[in-house]
Write a protein that binds this ligand. Structure first.
Ligand code: ADP
Ligand code: ASP
Ligand code: MG
Length: 455
């Protein structure tokens, strides 16, 4: 296990869904926590599968489907509870949460709402943290459950709420820090509360971001992200089994990977880490001895090609208008409309009379729904002709000084002859070259490129 932290400093350890999936996984994670006395704060995701079930319930479903999903949630949490020999109080608390979930799901079947969805899905993290405290206590560890909503203040953008880092910093110092001195604290990733005290969520996969934000507020010396892969690889090892682990990677490179779809880190995770120069370690809770990746300020080498990232389900919006020709302010108008609809643009290419763009799904919301709403398209149609293409995939080649090197285009696109490259973005950033391909070709494109550039 990489231990780059100085003595007597605090580490925050985050465990993802598979690391708290069942009794055995929770115990492996507890072993990791207890092996490092510097870990004072543990941030958890919901047990694997629970958030998806809760999201489905929040979308509203008929009684049969609802009961099936409620049974499955109960089964996952009860298999842990039963092995745990948990005290009555814990059983009562989990039962109370399961009752809440049933009640909120019935309400969602009548009328869905973003606020209701966040309240409902927050129960996954609330339950996993309660169970993990009992796992630690069963080993005679003084562990305390902490409701992160007391410090993780956010705006009211349900499903994709934005944390208020000033409030977080102050509240962490007054409410969370004193607890760390008395006990090992276990808290929830992903969830927060808005100014009215309503539960919010930070977007799917947001527990990594919570760990980094709390790490920043507490001035920790390292943020450990424990997941189901022993580090960050040259591409998703599920897509390319020959992908290689990157032992050390810079913040910039890893942030690009996360932004462009490497699910191993939530896209916003590295912002707080970079701001404060806090190293982030990524390892597998299944094989902690296998080591992992350290994301930090510097690395020995800065290779031209570092990794490939893949983001599926991309939508390309193309806007055509002859008014664009020699006009001024057309793009400003388009961007104003997009901003009013809360859409941030991701990739963009322009010609004399058209502009093509993809939408940024960073920290994508826990509330399903299309970013391209009818009202947005209607507003844009008053300005130009719109065309929407779906089921594309964004492939990003991450590297260093890419825009300054010769031959990059040939090396990349030379091997992608058989594929339709729908759009290319190159030159704005020296860290990436991005392009869109049909969704069905995505895996093959990544395998071909990986084979030629990394194997
Ligand atoms: P957790 O629940 O622990 O947060 P995630 O499923 O969110 O775990 O992230 C881990 C997954 O990220 C891995 O199982 C792997 O398939 C995927 N992944 C995507 N890109 C990469 C990459 N470059 N390196 C490692 N894992 C990656
Ligand atoms: N449980 C949440 C999700 O599945 C948050 C997380 O796992 O990071 O998206
Ligand atoms: Mg994750």
């Amino acid at each position: 296990m990489i231990q780059a932290v100085p003595q007597n400093s605090t580490v925050v350890a985050k465990f993802g869904g598979t690391s708290v999936a069942d009794f055995a996984a929770m115990n492996r994670s507890a072993d990791i926590v207890l092996a490092n006395p510097q870990v004072r704060l543990v941030v958890l995701s919901a047990s694997a599968g629970i958030t998806n079930l809760l999201v489905a319930l929040a979308e509203g479903c008929d009684a049969d489907n609802r009961n099936c999903r409620l049974d499955e949630i109960r089964r996952i949490q009860y298999t842990i509870l039963d092995r745990l020999n948990a005290p009555d109080a814990s059983r009562k608390e989990i039962d109370r949460m399961l009752e809440n979930i049933a009640m909120l799901s019935e309400a969602a079947a009548l009328a869905t709402s973003p606020a209701l969805t966040d309240e409902l899905v927050s129960h996954g993290e609330l339950m996993s943290t309660l169970l993990f405290v009992d796992i630690l206590r069963a080993r005679n560890v003084q562990a305390e459950w902490f409701d992160v909503r007391k410090v993780m203040r956010t705006d009211d953008h349900f499903g994709r709420a934005v944390p208020d880092s000033t409030a977080l910093r102050e509240l962490t110092q007054t409410m969370l820090k004193p607890c760390l001195q008395k006990a090992l604290v276990v808290t929830q990733g992903f969830i927060g509360s808005d100014p009215k005290g309503r539960t919010t969520t930070l977007g799917r996969g947001g527990s990594d971001y919570t760990a980094a934000l709390l790490g920043e507020a507490l001035h920790v010396s390292q943020i450990d992200i424990w997941t189901d892969v022993p580090g960050i690889y040259t591409t998703d090892p599920r897509v390319v089994p020959l992908a290689k682990r990157i032992d050390r990677i810079t913040f910039e490179e890893a942030a690009e990977m996360a932004t462009f779809g490497a699910k191993v880190l939530h896209p916003a995770t590295l912002l707080p880490a970079v701001r404060n120069d806090i190293p982030v370690f990524v390892g597998s809770s299944k094989e902690p001895a296998a080591g992992g990746t350290l994301v930090c300020n510097t690395t020995e080498d800065l290779p031209l090609f570092r990794a490939l990232a893949l983001r599926r389900k991309q939508t390309l919006l193309t806007l055509h208008s002859l008014n664009m020709l020699h006009a001024r302010g057309f793009l400003a108008e388009v961007f104003n409309i997009l901003a009013r609809h809360n859409i941030s643009v991701d990739l963009i290419t322009t010609s004399e009379v058209s502009v093509a763009l993809t939408m940024d799904t960073t920290g994508s919301t826990s509330i399903s729904g299309n970013l391209l709403t009818t009202s947005l398209l209607t507003e844009l149609s008053s300005l130009c002709r719109t065309e929407v293409e779906e089921n594309l995939a964004l492939v990003a080649l991450i590297g260093n000084k890419l825009s300054q090197a010769c031959g990059v285009g040939k090396e990349v696109f030379g091997v992608l002859d058989p594929f339709n490259i729908r759009m290319i973005c190159y030159g704005a950033s020296s860290y990436n070259l991005c392009f869109l391909v049909p969704g069905d070709d995505a895996d093959q494109v990544v395998r071909t490129l990986h084979h030629n550039l990394f194997e």
